[in-house]
Design a protein around this ligand. Structure first.
Ligand SMILES: C=CC1=C(C)c2cc3[nH]c(cc4nc(cc5[nH]c(cc1n2)c(C)c5CCC(=O)O)C(CCC(=O)O)=C4C)c(C)c3C=C
Ligand SMILES: [Fe+2]
Ligand SMILES: [Fe+2]
Length: 344
C-alpha cells in the first residue's frame, strides 16, 4: 500500500532583506533558463555581469519595506496556508519553494521521512507559465529521478478556470470591495516576456501576444491555451467578471513587473494605473490573481508604487485586494482537491 503526501510549492524569497541574501536569491532565480530564457553565455552576461551588480541593492530596499518580523510575507503566508491545509486533510503536507533555502528536495525528503511514496505536488500558481509551474515540475522530476527514484509524483493542473476557484476568488474580491464605491477594478497579473508565450504555444502558430492582435487569439478556442499564460490570465478576469456581474468597461486586465528591454505582456500595469487616473478615475481597486500569497510584487509594487502613481495623476482612493493567502474558503477548496486526488 502506498502512503500519500502533499507538497505545496511556491516561488521563494531571500533569507533576509539584506543585499547579500537578495543577491544570492536573485542569482538562483534569474539564472533559471525558464525565467531568463536566453543561451547560457547570454544569461551569464546579463545576470552575473549586469543585473546582479545593480539590482540587489534596489531590491533589498524594496524587500525591507515589506519584510515582517516573522520573515518574508510570501514565506510566512505560505506557511500559514500549509498549516491550515494540514488541519483539513489526513495526509502529511510539506511546503517548499522553487528558489531559496526551502528547496523542493528538502520538501520531498520531509515527506519521504514520514514514509510517503506517492506525492501530490501543488504549484501555488493558478495559471501555467514556463517561469513558474513548468520550472517547478521539471526540477521536481529531476530530483525524483536522481534522489527518490521509487516515489511517484503527480501534480495539480493549472486551476485558473476551475469554477470553484473562481467562486472563492470572486467572493474574496466582493468582500474586500463591500461598501466601496470604486469606478474601475484592475486585474493585474505578473508579466512575462511575449517570447515566453510563443515558446509555450504547442501549436506553434496560435499565440500572438503582441498588442496588435488585441488578444484575439486568447479569445479563440485552441489547444494552445493549456499552456498559454496570457489566455489563462484574461480568462480569470472574464470568469470573475461574469461571476460578479461586473459592468463592461469597469474592469480590465494588465501585466506588472517587467524587467529588461524586451516586450512583455501588455498593457503594463503602471501605465494602466496612470491612464485611468488621467482619464478622471478617482477610485480604483486592484486585485493580483497570478499570486496566491502576498509578496514583494503585491505589497510594494502594487500597494505602494501603484498607489503613488495613481495619486500623482489625480486619483484618490486606491484599494489593494489581498491575495487568497490563508483564506478559509481557499483552504477548504485545496483540501477538497487533495481528497479528490487521493480517491483516484
Ligand atoms: C526576469 C524575469 C521574470 C519572469 C519571467 C518572472 C515571472 C514570474 N514571476 C512570478 C512571481 C513572482 N515574482 C517575484 C519577484 C520577482 N520576479 C522577477 C523576475 C521575473 N519573474 C524578479 C527579478 C523578482 C524579484 C524582485 C525584484 O527584484 O523586483 C515574486 C515575489 C517574491 C517575493 O519574495 O516576495 C513573485 C511571487 C510569476 C507568477 C511569474 C510568471 C507568471
Ligand atoms: Fe517574478
Ligand atoms: Fe492567446
Amino acid at each position: 500500500m502506498s502512503k500519500k503526501g502533499i507538497l505545496l510549492v511556491n516561488l521563494g524569497s531571500p533569507d533576509s532583506p539584506n543585499p547579500k541574501d537578495v543577491k544570492r536569491y536573485l542569482g538562483e532565480f534569474l539564472m533559471d533558463e525558464r525565467v531568463i530564457d536566453v543561451p547560457l553565455w547570454a544569461r551569464n552576461l546579463l545576470v552575473k555581469g549586469i543585473v546582479l551588480n545593480t539590482r540587489p541593492k534596489a531590491s533589498a530596499k524594496a524587500y525591507k519595506k515589506i519584510w515582517w518580523e516573522e520573515g518574508s510575507p510570501l514565506i510566512v503566508l505560505s506557511e500559514r496556508l500549509q498549516h491550515k491545509v494540514q488541519g483539513k486533510v489526513d495526509f502529511p503536507v510539506a511546503l517548499a519553494m522553487r528558489y531559496g533555502s526551502m528547496t523542493i528536495k528538502k520538501g520531498i525528503q520531509e515527506l519521504v521521512n514520514k514514509g510517503v511514496d506517492d506525492i501530490f505536488l501543488i504549484p501555488l500558481y493558478p495559471q501555467y507559465a514556463m517561469a513558474t509551474t513548468e520550472t517547478i515540475l521539471v526540477l521536481a522530476e529531476d530530483i525524483r529521478q536522481q534522489h527518490f527514484p521509487d516515489i511517484k509524483i503527480s501534480d495539480l493542473k493549472a486551476f485558473y478556470n476551475n469554477l470553484d476557484y473562481i467562486k472563492v476568488l470572486s467572493k474574496r474580491i466582493a468582500k474586500e470591495l463591500e461598501g466601496k464605491d470604486y469606478e474601475h477594478l484592475l486585474f493585474s497579473y505578473h508579466g512575462v516576456p511575449e517570447r515566453h508565450i510563443r515558446k509555450s504555444d504547442v501549436t506553434k502558430s496560435h499565440c500572438d501576444p503582441s498588442p496588435k492582435s488585441c488578444g484575439k487569439c486568447c479569445a479563440t478556442t485552441s489547444p494552445a491555451h493549456e499552456f498559454c499564460y496570457r489566455h489563462q490570465c484574461v480568462e480569470v478576469t472574464r470568469l470573475v467578471g461574469d461571476y460578479l456581474n461586473l459592468k463592461e468597461g469597469t474592469y480590465s486586465s494588465s501585466f506588472q513587473s517587467r524587467l529588461g528591454f524586451d516586450p512583455w505582456l501588455r498593457p503594463y500595469t503602471d501605465r494602466t494605473i496612470e491612464r485611468l487616473g488621467k482619464e478622471g478615475v478617482k477610485n480604483m481597486a486592484i486585485v493580483t490573481p497570478a499570486f496566491v500569497s502576498d509578496c514583494l510584487e503585491t505589497l510594494e509594487e502594487i500597494a505602494m508604487e501603484g498607489e503613488e502613481i495613481f495619486h500623482e495623476v489625480g486619483g484618490k482612493e486606491f484599494t489593494t485586494i489581498p491575495c487568497l493567502n490563508d483564506d478559509d474558503e481557499w483552504v477548504t477548496l485545496l483540501a477538497q482537491w487533495i481528497n479528490e486526488w487521493a480517491r483516484i
